[in-house]
Design a protein around this ligand. Structure first.
Ligand SMILES: [Mg+2]
Length: 280
């Protein structure tokens, strides 16, 4: 079997596993949700995050035993977060845990698959909306099997922009985050929204419902699946400086056009957010 055929087989399996994982999440939404804290009082995790990640990893490992994994909850439990050339599944079992605990309806399963550190395909299942977004490198992006594409908007003043605003331990970083939103609103842009799931945000850009998404402080498991979907939908994914996107850098701009991405890069200031592959 050639490499492209082999990755297609992986993707088909990944889509089935994501659909099953989404069903587990929908069922969990019907029951009581008990919440635990991770790094701060606003960094939440539930038993469902952990159970869904174990299910996804074991279902994939059973079929592809030599592959590597970077999963949000495995890393939280102490597993390494280092990207190698080996085929690697980068998994966020629930992207939007805060939405999940509030039953705010943007909750997704995000899977990115890399080979030689390049994303080969992305899968984002927005499981309350039952939208399965998929993209394979060079083969386009789809929602429930229907091709999707970005708005193509080039004018920032006609753009709807997504970001996420969260608690920042460092008051300077907090100020920068708020000042960045102010700078964009003052251009002015049509608006800023924070739907609460990075992966869904990228899919909203990919299908033209929003024109850009920027964020500092997220993780590779939030970005890997969605970045492939934006790129294959004809959008651009760059660093917040406007330079090349780095999956382990914890920051990105995803946009409908390079012009809009560069305009955002010019307007926002960066704050330090570390790297996923840093030693600590
Ligand atoms: Mg998560």
């Amino acid at each position: 079997m050639s490499a492209p055929e082999r990755w297609s087989e992986c993707m088909d399996h990944g889509v089935r596993v994501a659909a099953d994982a989404g069903k587990m999440i929908r069922e969990a939404l019907e029951k009581d949700i008990s919440i635990m804290q991770k790094s701060s009082p606003v960094d939440l995790v539930t038993e469902t995050d952990q159970r869904v990640e174990s299910f996804i990893i074991s279902s994939i490992r059973e079929k592809f035993p030599t592959h590597s994994f970077i999963g949000e909850e495995s890393v939280a439990a102490g597993a390494p977060s280092v990207l190698t050339d080996n085929p690697t599944w980068i998994i966020d079992p629930i992207d939007g845990t805060t939405n999940f605990v509030h039953r705010f309806p943007f909750v997704s399963v995000s899977i990115g698959f890399t080979v030689n550190k390049e994303v080969e395909f992305g899968i984002v299942y927005s499981c309350v909306e039952e939208k399965m977004y998929t993209a394979r490198r060079g083969k386009g992006a789809f929602c429930n099997g229907v091709p999707i594409k970005v708005s193509g908007q080039e004018d920032i003043t006609k753009s709807l922009i997504l970001t996420e605003m969260g608690f920042k331990k460092d008051p300077e970083n907090f100020k920068t985050m708020m000042a960045n939103m102010e700078a964009l609103l003052a251009i002015p842009v049509h608006g800023i929204r924070a739907p609460g799931s990075a992966a869904v945000n990228m899919c909203l850009v990919a299908c033209g419902a929003a024109d850009a998404y920027y964020h500092m402080g997220i993780h590779c498991w939030d970005m890997a699946g969605g970045a492939a979907i934006v790129t294959e939908a004809g959008g651009v994914v760059v660093d917040v400086t406007g330079g090349s996107f780095d999956l382990m850098s914890r920051r990105l701009i995803a946009a409908s056009s390079r012009t809009v991405a560069e305009h955002i890069a010019q307007k926002i200031r960066q704050f330090p957010c570390g790297r996923d592959d840093a030693e600590n």
